[in-house]
Design a protein around this ligand. Structure first.
Ligand SMILES: CC(C)=CC(=O)SCCNC(=O)CCNC(=O)[C@H](O)C(C)(C)COP(=O)(O)OP(=O)(O)OC[C@H]1O[C@@H](n2cnc3c(N)ncnc32)[C@H](O)[C@@H]1OP(=O)(O)O
Length: 174
């Protein structure tokens, strides 16, 4: 007879031993530490991820980004889910990368360890992912990185590069 594993409702996803994680999807009971995850909509077919570090304005720490990746994996594998919505909480969508966590990392650790590799999961999900942005939404990027993504940005980048040779900082506040 099949064995069904049901984690206690107080279990945090980060406390679940790795060998057990494949036996139950994260949104089936185990709680996340940094995000809230549920299925919404009349047909329960919208995957909903709420960033949930309000005291740190949802700064994107390593643990939060790993959990977002896990939740996206679970929604991608769930045939009932047609699209995913990611939103913030309280005053912020997200205050960008967690600068407290980053401040002691050396360039070698970041570059050699490819420390943002798992951040890309959101761009590889094949289902539509919608960002419902509220409050602060802070980020930084380089025009060169943006220019890889679209022709319009390539043209903008050309003009940008013409006038500025340094990296650009993109900030968006509420
Ligand atoms: C994606 C990559 C690779 C890079 C980036 O994203 S770089 C961008 C990083 N983000 C920032 O530099 C933004 C830093 N935050 C701010 O400038 C301000 O917090 C604010 C303008 C967004 C809001 O200012 P406000 O005065 O309303 O709130 P604070 O008192 O400053 O913050 C409340 C609370 O949140 C903590 N916090 C805010 N942002 C971050 C962050 N990015 N990383 C870690 N923690 C953050 C802030 O320290 C404070 O907590 P404490 O009271 O416990 O210190």
């Amino acid at each position: 007879c099949p064995i069904i594993l049901v984690p206690p409702s107080s279990t945090k996803w980060s406390q679940v031993p790795s060998v057990l994680k494949c036996w139950f999807p994260p949104h089936a009971g185990a709680q996340y530490e940094y995000i809230l995850v549920e299925k919404r909509g009349d047909k329960n077919n919208v995957g909903f991820i709420q960033l949930n570090r309000p005291k740190a304005l949802n700064a994107l720490c390593d643990g939060l980004m790993k959990e977002v990746g896990q939740a996206l994996d679970a929604f991608e594998a769930d045939a009932d889910v047609g699209a995913v919505v990611i939103t913030g909480s309280d005053r912020a969508f997200a205050a960008g990368a967690d600068i407290k966590e980053m401040q002691n990392r050396t360039f070698q650790e970041c570059y050699g360890g490819n420390f943002l590799a798992h951040w890309n999961r959101v761009s590889t999900v094949r289902k539509p992912v919608i960002a419902a942005v509220n409050g602060f939404a802070v980020s930084i990027t380089s025009p060169a990185a943006c220019a890889e993504k679209s022709d319009i940005l390539k043209i903008s980048f050309f003009f940008f590069f013409f006038f500025f040779t340094t990296q650009d900082i993109g900030l968006s506040f509420k």
